[in-house]
Write a protein that binds this ligand. Structure first.
Ligand code: GLN
Length: 487
């Protein structure tokens, strides 16, 4: 279990070498051992998991030929994804005790495929952060070095896959929160094209940027999970209505003859030398596989960070206005309604969330809207146009996922240094294009990620390039001690 992929476990289930029950028992036992050190989980959903494992066993017995490869396989969900009747907090005190009355679309599609959900994973509060240290319930350890962060905001979902508790999990990516923790934790993480996965049932942070996506151990598994969660949904009007292409169709086509672009600005001064060396070696591997490499330029990269930190807080200030103590979670009772609102929000939100709400409210206020929000929207359009122009020259982009490897907990207490973590991931969110991170090396025992970015709706191409690279290298087979210790 601890080293296996979805594909391997699906085969083992069909050949009768294991059962959904046995896989669940393994996952829960592993969780118990690992989580004392990692704190990747906020809630363990034993009862739900047992029901789902029982149902999966029946499906595998009665309809083995049509059962999804995900049937009977344990997984975990970032605690921003609503599951009917299961406490969902977004790692915020303000949502403690909130049990959603429905299950979101992406999650429901997994459940319909027979997935076995073992728990809700820890993350930065309302997905705001890059280290999972902004969780109101304490940080998550990186399985490669528990004194370091696993990245964020989906740190728990990344860590639990890296540690070997489950072969896959879901996270959400607004500015890098799937790809960056995937890189720092040594797993595969994918942000789909904006509008390919329904956001219905995802606790909103910044709605024009948020996408749900998978963490897995291989690119093939990643495409598989995406094929199940993706596609049109009448419950999310930003979800594209066109049917999905099969994300696995091009997987084995290789990169021979492909034109791959290296954005000059993505290997800037802030890139750690070890990260640069690992990524440059990865470029050489891709060249060896027959791709041609071309330096390209995305000139607005340096302002994209500023644009993101206007737009994301603006949208968050609006989305988080609903947490007022009336409808969800925690309330601080006060005789006056206004006092109740103020005290509830003061006690319920952590410092980073308050900072974003204030920044966003300021940027949207009548005196500053034109100077900040409207201006940011204009530059956002430019960022998208630059991607369009570059994709006239090349088929896909290859670059680092993060300028650094996993950093020690507590080492980035200044918000700006934390915001810098996303400089090479957030432009893809501004442009709505798909991106993946695959393991491409180590620096002093800490994983490095290679990012592959493709044009909108070319998600299959991302998988194709990443799979070709992965299959030519061994990095994705490395496991931290949590996964290799005798089970
Ligand atoms: N780290 C970025 C932020 O804090 C991105 C977070 C995310 O993708 N959810 O906003």
């Amino acid at each position: 279990m601890t080293a296996s992929t979805i594909t391997e476990l699906a085969a083992a289930l069909r050949e009768g070498r294991t059962t959904p029950d046995a896989l669940l028992a393994d996952a829960l036992a592993h969780l118990e051992r690992a989580d004392a050190e990692l704190h990747a989980y906020l809630t363990v959903t034993r009862d739900l998991a047992q029901q789902q494992a029982d149902a999966a066993a029946r499906i595998l017995r009665d309809q083995p030929a049509t059962a999804s490869p995900l049937c009977g396989i344990p997984m975990a969900l970032k605690d921003v994804l609503c599951v009917d009747g299961i406490e969902t907090t977004a790692s915020s005190k303000i949502l403690r005790g909130f049990k959603p009355p429905y299950t979101g679309t992406a999650v429901q599609r997994l459940f319909d495929a027979g997935a076995v959900c073992i728990g809700k994973t820890n993350c930065d509060e309302f997905a705001m952060g890059s280290s999972t240290e902004n969780s109101a319930f304490g940080p998550v350890g990186n399985p490669w070095d528990v004194e370091r962060v696993p990245g964020g905001s989906s740190g728990g979902s990344a860590a639990t896959v890296a540690a070997g508790t489950v072969p896959y999990s879901l996270g959400s990516d607004t500015g890098g929160s799937i790809r960056q923790p995937a890189a720092l934790s040594g797993v595969v993480g994918f942000k789909p094209t904006y509008g390919r996965v329904s956001r219905y049932g995802l606790i909103a942070f910044a709605s024009s940027l948020d996408q749900i996506g998978p963490f897995t151990r291989t690119v093939e598994d990643c495409a598989l999970v995406y094929s199940v969660i993706g596609g049109p949904d009448a419950r999310d009007s930003t979800c594209d209505g066109r049917p999905m292409d099969d994300p696995l169709a091009e997987l084995r086509d290789g990169v021979a003859g492909m034109r791959l672009g290296i954005p000059r600005e993505y290997l800037g001064e802030g890139t750690e030398p070890g990260v640069r060396a690992a990524v440059e070696q990865a470029f050489a591997v891709l060249e060896g596989l027959g791709a041609t490499l071309h330096e390209v330029s995305l000139p607005s990269t340096d302002v994209a960070l500023s644009v993101y930190y206007v737009i994301a807080p603006a949208e968050c200030s609006s989305n988080l206005a609903r947490y007022d103590g009336v409808r969800f979670g925690q309330r601080v009772d006060r005789p006056s309604l206004t006092d109740m609102y103020l005290q509830t929000r003061d006690a319920g939100f952590g410092p980073e969330v308050k900072r974003r709400v204030m920044l966003g409210t300021y940027a949207l206020s009548s005196g500053y809207y034109d100077a900040y929000y409207r201006q940011a929207q204009k530059v956002r359009t430019l960022v998208g146009q630059e991607f369009d122009a570059v994709f006239q020259q090349v088929d896909a982009l290859v670059c680092p996922t993060s300028p650094s490897v996993a950093f020690p907990m507590g080492s980035r207490d200044d918000p700006l240094s934390m915001y810098m973590c996303d400089v090479v991931t957030l432009p893809a969110n501004l442009a709505g294009v798909p991106g993946i991170s695959v393991p491409c090396g180590f620096v002093d025992g800490l994983p490095v990620g290679l990012q592959v970015i493709a044009p909108r709706f070319q998600d299959s191409r991302v998988f194709r390039v990443a799979h070709a690279y992965e299959q030519a290298t061994e990095w994705h087979t490395a496991r931290p001690r949590f996964a290799t210790d005798a089970a």
